[in-house]
Design a protein around this ligand. Structure first.
Ligand SMILES: [Fe+2]
Ligand SMILES: [Fe+2]
Length: 196
């Protein structure tokens, strides 16, 4: 199959655009989290943004590896999300986007790539889809924790909460409102998904 005429070429371009936008939206989300005092969430969401830019680069490179000099502009017909909302709502919406990519869109693109004879691209879509599913789980946990107010609470027993800024560890059922050492707010404490 000629890459120039393949559906895989368009799927890669579409995925590249999606990953770039996701990376940008996660930067916006990280900024919003920081503005609301959730320092640790900000750091975490920034790492997700970095993951998306890395996926974007891989899709970009795959287009260039297969298309070579023949690749110029690629027209992409696809819809992309532009909705926003409260912090928790954004986590919910992004978790759904991740679920769609990880469970439906990328596995489908992998099948198409395999049918068209681009096994390396199929493997790329399969591997990226696995990461998106872990993203879905993380974002869902943030959503649930924010909605239920359980981000900084231990379900049972005593938990060790670590300040992401200065490293102070405070044991208790709830993370302290402010860090005893650096005096930063509760949002600086590391969220442990096992307690959500
Ligand atoms: Fe991604
Ligand atoms: Fe993702």
């Amino acid at each position: 199959m000629d890459f120039q005429k393949s559906i895989t070429k368009e799927n890669l371009a579409r995925s590249f655009a999606a990953e770039c936008q996701e990376g940008a939206r996660y930067q916006f989300l990280a900024e919003k989290a920081q503005q609301e005092g959730y320092q640790y969430i900000m750091t975490f969401v920034r790492s997700l943004a970095k993951n998306e830019m890395s996926h974007a680069k891989m899709f970009f490179q795959a287009i260039n590896e297969h298309g070579g000099d023949k690749v110029q502009n690629i027209d992409v017909k696809a819809g992309y999300p532009f909705r926003t909302g409260e912090l928790a709502d954004i986590f919910k919406m992004e978790a759904e986007n991740e679920r769609m990519s990880g469970e439906s869109i990328y596995p489908k693109f992998a099948d198409i790539a395999r049918d068209e004879g681009f096994d390396d691209v199929a493997e790329l879509f399969d591997l990226v889809s696995k990461v998106e599913i872990t993203h879905k789980n993380i974002l869902t946990n943030f959503y649930t924790g924010l909605k239920k107010g359980t981000l900084y609470k231990c379900k049972s027993g005593v938990h060790a909460f670590k300040c992401d800024e200065c490293g102070t560890i405070v044991e208790g059922k709830t993370a302290p409102k402010t860090c005893p050492l650096c005096k930063n707010g509760q949002g600086y404490f590391r969220v442990d998904f096992s307690i959500i």
